[in-house]
Design a binder for this molecule. Structure first.
Ligand SMILES: Cc1cc2nc3c(=O)[nH]c(=O)nc-3n(C[C@H](O)[C@H](O)[C@H](O)COP(=O)(O)OP(=O)(O)OC[C@H]3O[C@@H](n4cnc5c(N)ncnc54)[C@H](O)[C@@H]3O)c2cc1C
Length: 523
C-alpha cells in the first residue's frame, strides 16, 4: 500500500500506547483471545524509556534475590517485570543493578511482546480520536482509520506540566535540557521542582555545577517517610547532603514570582515560604524546569475529550478505569494514578501492571464472565486470607487500593482476587448482603517518623489496630455500610503464619458470619 491509500480497520479493543501498561493489558487480551490491537507511535514498545528518565537510571527496584523461590512473592520486590501467568520472562534476567538502566527495560519489553505474541503496530501515531456512532474512530498520522468498540488509552505522559510562572518559557525543560555535564561546569543552576526528576537532575550536576538551587513552593517529601514512591527517593537525594553540609547547594521552599533574561543570565525573584514573606532576587546561568508531566489531550476531538482532574494532569475515572464522561473509553498505566494519587502505586510499573490485569477482569465481567473466585468452607477462609497476604504481589504493591474479597454463601465462602477495592465495594454492595475485603495497609499516622516511632509488642494482638507498618486489614460490609474491621498485627518480616495471626482472624470472621446468619434465621 502506498502512503496515499488509506485503510479502515474494525477492532473490538484498541489500546493506544505500547508502554508497560498497554503491553501488560495486551498480554491479558491475547491470553483471553480478545480482538485487539495496540497502536504505538514509536518504533518499538517501551518508547518512553528510550528517552526517560533523562539520566537513564530507573528508580523502580530490581531485587534479584529474596531468599524465596515463590515467584508470586518475588513480584513484591521486582518492580519492573510485567505479569504473566507462568512468571516467565522476568526483568532480573536483563539487568543486575538494583536501580537498573532504562535501556534494559526497552529490550525487556520488546522481548516480552515477541515472546507472548502481543499485537503491536509500531510507527502508528494516533492523531485524532473521534466518534462514529457508538464506535471510537481513530486516525493515524498516515490517515489510516481504526474503529473500536472499546478504547483503552495507555499513552502515558508525554506533555510536560508547566507551572504558571512569569517568564517560565525562558527555562529549559527536563524533556529537552542538555544532560552533558560539561555544559554545566562552574555554572549557577536553578532547578524548578522537587520531585524525582528535579532531584535526579540536581544529582547529575553536583560534580560540575558551581551552585545548584532546587525550588518549589512545597517542602520536600521523602518516600521512606510517606511510603509514596513518587516522593523523593533516597537514590536521588544525595544533593541534600551538599545543602546541609554547606557545599553551596540549597533547597528553597519558595514561590518563583518571575524569571527574566538579562545579558544571557537569568534574574529570578523568589518569595520564601518560611521566612516572613521575604523576597529575594538571585542570578543564574541556567534555569531548568523539572515539574513533571500531564496527559496530552490534543488528540481527542471536542466530543471525545475526557474530563480531567488533579490540576488537569489526569483523566477523571470511575472505579472501572473508565472515563467518567466517555463511555467505553478506558485508561491504563500511569494515567490511572488519579484513582490513588499519592496513596498507592498506580503511577508506576509495579502498581499499574495490576491495574491492567484488573481492567481485563472487569471487561470480562462486563461481557458476562464471572470474576475468578475459589470456594472454600467457612472454617478455611481465615487460612486462605493469610496465604494471600503472605504471597500476593498485587496487595503488597498496591496497598489499600487493590485487594481480595470474600462473601459467605451457606456454609461455603467464595473468595475473589486482586481487584480495586472501590470497584469491589461498588459492585458487591449491589449484590451481596454481607462481604469482606482484604487489603494490606499502613497505619494511619500523619506525623510518623519511622526511625523514632514506638511500636506495639508483636504479640499485643489486642492493639493490632495500632500497627504502623504494612499489615492486613479485613473489613466487613453489609451493603454499602462498613460494619467492622480486623487488623492482623504487624510483623517485621511481613509473614503472618503464627497462631497469634490466625486465631483472632478466624474468630473475627466466624463471629461476623454467624451473627448475620442468626439475624437472617430470626427474620
Ligand atoms: C522522568 C520519569 C521517570 C520515571 N521513572 C520511572 C521508573 O523508573 N519506574 C517506574 O515504574 N515508573 C517510572 N516513571 C513513571 C512512568 O510514567 C511509568 O512507569 C511509565 O512509563 C508509564 O507507563 P505507561 O505504559 O502508562 O506509559 P508510557 O511508558 O509513557 O507509554 C506510552 C506509550 O504510548 C505511546 N503513545 C503516546 N501517544 C501516542 C499516540 N498518540 N499514538 C500512539 N502511541 C502513542 C508512546 O510512544 C509510549 O510508547 C517515570 C516517569 C517519569 C516522568
Amino acid at each position: 500500500m502506498n502512503s496515499t491509500e488509506h485503510n479502515t480497520q474494525h477492532i473490538d479493543h484498541i489500546i493506544i500506547g505500547a508502554g508497560p501498561a498497554g503491553v501488560q493489558l495486551g498480554y491479558y487480551f491475547e491470553r483471553d483471545q480478545k480482538d485487539y490491537l495496540i497502536l504505538e507511535a514509536g518504533e518499538q514498545p517501551g518508547n518512553f524509556y528510550k528517552k526517560f528518565p533523562r539520566h537513564r537510571k530507573l528508580i523502580s527496584i530490581n531485587k534479584r534475590f529474596t531468599g524465596s523461590d515463590n515467584p508470586e512473592f518475588n513480584m513484591r520486590h521486582d518492580w519492573n517485570s510485567l505479569l504473566s501467568d507462568d512468571y516467565s520472562l522476568l526483568f532480573k534476567d536483563y539487568d543486575k543493578e538494583f536501580f537498573p538502566q532504562a535501556d534494559s527495560l526497552v529490550t525487556y519489553m520488546q522481548d516480552y511482546v515477541n515472546h507472548f505474541d502481543i499485537k503491536v503496530r509500531c510507527n502508528t501515531r494516533v492523531v485524532n480520536i473521534d466518534k462514529e456512532g457508538a464506535l471510537y474512530r481513530l486516525t493515524d498520522q498516515n490517515g489510516n482509520v481504526f474503529l473500536a468498540k472499546k478504547l483503552i488509552v495507555a499513552s502515558g505522559f508525554l506533555k510536560p506540566h508547566i507551572p504558571q510562572i512569569k517568564g517560565i518559557e525562558l527555562a529549559e525543560n527536563y524533556t529537552e535540557m542538555s544532560i552533558d555535564t560539561k555544559d554545566y561546569e562552574n555554572q549557577t543552576v536553578l532547578v524548578i521542582g522537587k520531585g524525582n526528576s528535579a532531584f535526579e537532575t540536581a544529582d547529575h550536576l553536583v560534580s560540575s555545577a558551581a551552585i545548584i538551587h532546587l525550588c518549589s513552593p512545597n517542602s520536600v517529601n521523602f518516600a521512606w517517610k510517606t511510603h509514596y514512591v513518587g516522593h523523593l527517593r533516597a537514590v536521588n537525594n544525595n544533593v541534600l547532603d551538599t545543602y546541609q553540609l554547606k557545599s553551596q547547594n540549597a533547597v528553597l521552599d519558595a514561590e518563583i514570582m518571575s524569571i527574566e533574561c538579562v545579558n544571557q543570565r537569568f534574574k529570578v525573584l523568589f518569595k520564601y515560604k518560611h521566612a516572613e514573606g521575604e523576597l529575594e532576587e538571585l542570578w543564574y546561568d541556567k534555569v531548568l524546569c523539572c515539574t513533571g508531566f500531564a496527559i496530552d489531550t490534543s488528540l481527542f476531538s471536542e466530543e471525545t475529550k475526557p474530563e480531567l482532574t488533579i490540576k488537569d494532569k489526569y483523566p477523571k475515572l470511575n472505579n472501572d478505569f473508565e472515563s467518567v464522561n466517555q463511555k467505553n473509553m478506558y485508561f491504563a498505566g500511569t494515567l490511572t494514578h488519579s484513582l490513588d494519587y499519592k496513596m498507592a502505586t498506580s503511577g508506576f510499573i509495579h502498581g499499574f501492571r495490576y491495574n491492567s490485569r484488573a481492567l481485563n477482569t472487569i471487561l470480562n465481567k462486563k461481557q458476562g464472565e464471572h470474576y475468578p473466585e475459589v470456594t472454600c468452607n467457612n472454617e478455611d477462609v481465615a487460612q486462605l486470607v493469610l496465604d494471600q497476604v503472605n504471597e500476593s504481589g498485587a496487595m503488597w504493591q498496591q496497598p489499600g487500593f487493590i485487594g481480595d474479597y470474600f462473601y459467605p454463601d451457606g456454609d461455603k465462602v467464595h473468595y475473589g482476587f486482586s481487584l480495586p477495592i472501590n470497584h469491589v465495594l461498588e459492585s458487591l454492595a449491589k449484590e451481596k448482603r454481607q462481604f469482606f475485603t482484604v487489603t494490606l495497609e499502613y497505619g494511619i499516622d500523619a506525623d510518623f517518623d519511622p526511625f523514632t516511632a514506638n511500636r506495639i509488642h508483636r504479640e499485643n494482638v489486642a492493639a493490632s489496630d495500632h500497627s504502623q507498618f504494612l499489615h492486613p486489614i479485613i473489613r466487613e460490609y453489609q451493603g454499602t455500610e462498613l460494619v467492622s474491621e480486623h487488623h492482623v498485627i504487624e510483623d517485621l518480616l511481613a509473614i503472618w503464619k503464627e497462631d497469634i495471626h490466625l486465631h483472632p482472624l478466624q474468630s473475627f470472621i466466624n463471629e461476623a458470619i454467624r451473627l448475620v446468619q442468626k439475624t437472617e434465621e430470626l427474620a
